[in-house]
Ligand binder design. Structure first.
Ligand code: SF4
Ligand code: SF4
Length: 323
């Protein structure tokens, strides 16, 4: 895991060091001054507005299938196979596809705003892709907990990969900071449902990581994103735990999930090794708390029962007796 923790910052530096063409564009005339006839010639005809072609139905459906597949695999790896390595590989693959290739869009986090507008403004249309991306992880959360956060979310993945030396945030502080994401959720909905002329999608405007995926963006957002990643080396997934508004929705649904992470494969040991291994403060009283468990599978690797060659292993039994 330490190797992957080093890979991620290198990836970020690489993306920052290779800016896109647009960053090199130089204009002789200030862009805030209207062009004169001398600039553009008297015979100039204003071209028709160019709009990007909509993404094809096949590609849209491919995105939905890949999202569903990624969440299904995340659930299987996290709850059945109990494979930390598998979760890490899946997270990297999803960061590459949904993050770098699809440039972080469409994503369920930003879709909160589209859905909020669609529910309040009859003139606003929202595509079936956005609807699928918004609801599918919520349904999976009801079934298997936060498996979207575990292996499918590219924003979670780049934070997961930089966790280096996580400290345990004091429980009360952790819970207090965790309320911020609900405040942010309320603000995001508030700004989204304003009348069209005042409407603002603040989740997208202040997304700290999308600039890395697109290799462009306002300098201040890249700096904030970089700060989150540096902080994330020592405080596990700070954006996920304290600010992600979609994480707030997932947490509340995961509370009622049908299945969830069980730290030991069979009998609980209560030795406490798992609690120390969880960088997200998601283990209380030796059990994974479904609202805050990000289904990352780290705790499995710390469990002596997971490593025991046979269920009746003598050292495990003695550990259990004193645990
Ligand atoms: S909490 Fe938000 S950013 Fe983090 S993994 Fe979940 S959906 Fe993605
Ligand atoms: S309890 Fe912690 S370490 Fe275990 S899967 Fe959940 S978030 Fe990961």
């Amino acid at each position: 895991m330490k190797r992957s923790a080093l890979l991620a910052p290198m990836l970020v530096l690489l993306t920052l060091a290779t800016p896109t063409e647009s960053l090199y564009a130089q204009y002789e005339r200030p862009v805030d001054v209207a062009p004169t006839e001398e600039d553009i010639g008297s015979g100039y005809v204003t071209p028709a507005v160019q709009r990007p072609l909509p993404r094809s139905t096949l590609l849209n459906i491919t995105d939905i299938v890949l999202l569903l597949g990624a969440m299904g695999i995340s659930a299987w790896l996290g709850l059945v196979r109990r494979s930390r390595t598998g979760i890490v590989v899946l997270a990297i693959a999803c960061a590459v596809y949904f993050g770098f290739y699809r440039k972080g869009c469409v994503c369920p986090i930003g879709a909160i705003q589209n859905v909020a507008v669609a529910l309040t403004d009859p003139s606003y249309a929202v595509s079936y892709v956005v609807i699928a991306f918004f609801f599918a992880p919520l349904v999976l959360a009801l079934l298997f907990g936060r498996v979207f956060c575990g292996g499918a979310c590219p924003f979670g993945a780049i934070q997961e990969l930089v966790v280096l030396r996580p400290v345990q945030v004091p429980r009360r502080l952790d819970k207090a900071l965790g309320l911020l994401k609900y405040v942010y959720l309320a603000l995001a909905i508030w700004f989204a449902v304003l009348p069209a002329v005042e409407r603002d999608f603040i989740i997208c405007r202040f997304d700290p990581f999308v600039g890395f995926f697109r290799r462009t963006g306002p300098a201040y957002m890249l700096i904030i994103g970089g700060a989150f990643l540096v902080l994330g080396m020592f405080v596990g997934r700070p954006y996920c735990r304290y600010l992600c508004p979609y994480g707030g929705l997932l947490a509340q649904l995961a509370r009622f999930s049908w299945k969830g992470v069980t730290i030991t494969p069979d009998k609980e040991l209560d030795c406490g090794l798992c609690a120390e291994s969880c960088p997200y403060g998601a283990i209380e009283k030796m059990r994974a708390v479904r609202t805050s468990c990000l289904s990352c599978a780290r705790c499995y690797t710390a469990c002596p029962r997971e490593r025991a060659p046979a269920r009746g292993d003598a050292s495990v039994e003695s550990h259990e007796a004193t645990g």
